[in-house]
Write a protein that binds this ligand. Structure first.
Ligand code: PBG
Length: 312
């Protein structure tokens, strides 16, 4: 292999960790391979004072990276799967999904051990509607407000006393060696994760066959089935960008069966729908769609419509 692989990446520590991870994996598989990081600042990194739901959502973090690949200034982009929009632009596609890190959410606080341990009226920071639904359902007395910025910024706001607790993805904290900040890893029953949370995916040009074969050894089939089911559910619910939807798949019975749980709720926690489905892992995508249908039949579309009107 004489070509150099250029990885388009944002400059946040988490994005750089992910790019470095893929670089190290490729170097381990292909000694002597040349890999370059092409760093860029995206719209999502620039606009930090507005809730993501109001400015067009997570797509803002990937557009610049995708343009770089389409204009042949980069070859691959490494994404957190939970931030990857459902549809890819013409000419680009997902080549690989890497093994999943812990998919849970983490409760972080300097004074309290868990949500249940927080005093009446305590202040929780999160900018995820999905986390807000589950926090308010459990503890309607808590005040929840928007918390944006990268992981370090968010921890800084907690430490400065702006919040009594914040919730972040466990995976991001583990990758940044900040696991010690976690007071409680919230089980899926307490906070159902976002589709794709904890998994890293690699996007590239669909016509770059040489590169696609080269990336193959980084692919993890089991993670891919789980994320496929989760994303199929999100897509059928027209997930849009920033939505109060949780979904989480695990494999059972020697990895032959897939158990998918889904949740849709009003951000104030006053109405929360949950359902689940189990079936053969080969039907991952169909299971995701089926679970979405079940949730829609139970009123998920009303809830989502309400959220979209509220948030404009
Ligand atoms: N929304 C930003 C984002 N995207 C992916 C992760 C964590 C890593 C992952 O899920 O793979 C985070 C941080 C967080 O939610 O705390």
């Amino acid at each position: 292999m004489s070509r150099t692989i250029r990885i388009a990446t944002r400059r946040s520590l988490l994005a750089l960790w992910q790019a470095e991870y893929v670089k190290a994996e490729l170097e381990a598989h292909y000694p002597g391979i040349q890999i370059e990081l092409v760093t860029m600042v995206t719209q999502g990194d620039k606009i930090l004072d507005t809730p993501l739901a109001k400015i067009g959502g997570k797509g803002l973090f990937v557009k610049e990276l995708e343009n770089a690949m389409l204009e042949n200034r980069a070859d691959i982009a490494v994404h957190s799967m939970k931030d990857v929009p459902m549809e890819f632009p013409e000419g680009l596609g997902l080549a690989v999904i890497c093994p999943r890190e812990k998919p849970t959410d983490a409760f972080i606080s300097n004074h309290f051990a868990s949500l249940d341990d927080l005093p009446q009226g305590a202040h929780v920071g999160t900018s995820s509607l999905r986390r807000e639904v589950q926090v308010r359902e459990r503890r309607p007395d808590l005040k929840v407000s928007s918390l944006r910025g990268n992981v370090q910024t968010r921890l800084g706001k907690l430490d400065a006393g702006e919040f009594d607790a914040i919730i972040l993805a466990t995976a991001g904290l583990v990758r940044l060696k900040l696991e010690a900040r976690i007071r409680r890893e919230m089980p899926a029953e307490e906070c159902l994760p976002a589709g794709g949370q904890g998994a890293v995916g690699i996007e590239c040009r669909s016509d770059d066959q040489e590169l696609i074969s080269l990336l193959k050894p980084l692919h993890d089939t089991q993670t891919a089935s789980r994320v496929l089911a989760e994303r199929a559910m999100n897509r059928r619910l027209e997930g849009g960008c920033q939505v109060p939807i949780g979904c989480y798949a695990v494999l059972q019975e020697n990895n032959t069966q897939l158990w998918l749980r889904g949740l849709v709720g009003l951000p104030d926690g006053s109405r929360v729908l949950r359902d689940d489905i189990t079936g053969p892992v080969e039907s991952a995508e169909a299971l995701g769609i089926q679970l979405a249908e079940q949730l829609l039949a139970a009123g998920a579309d009303d809830i989502l419509k309400h959220v979209y009107t509220e948030r404009g």
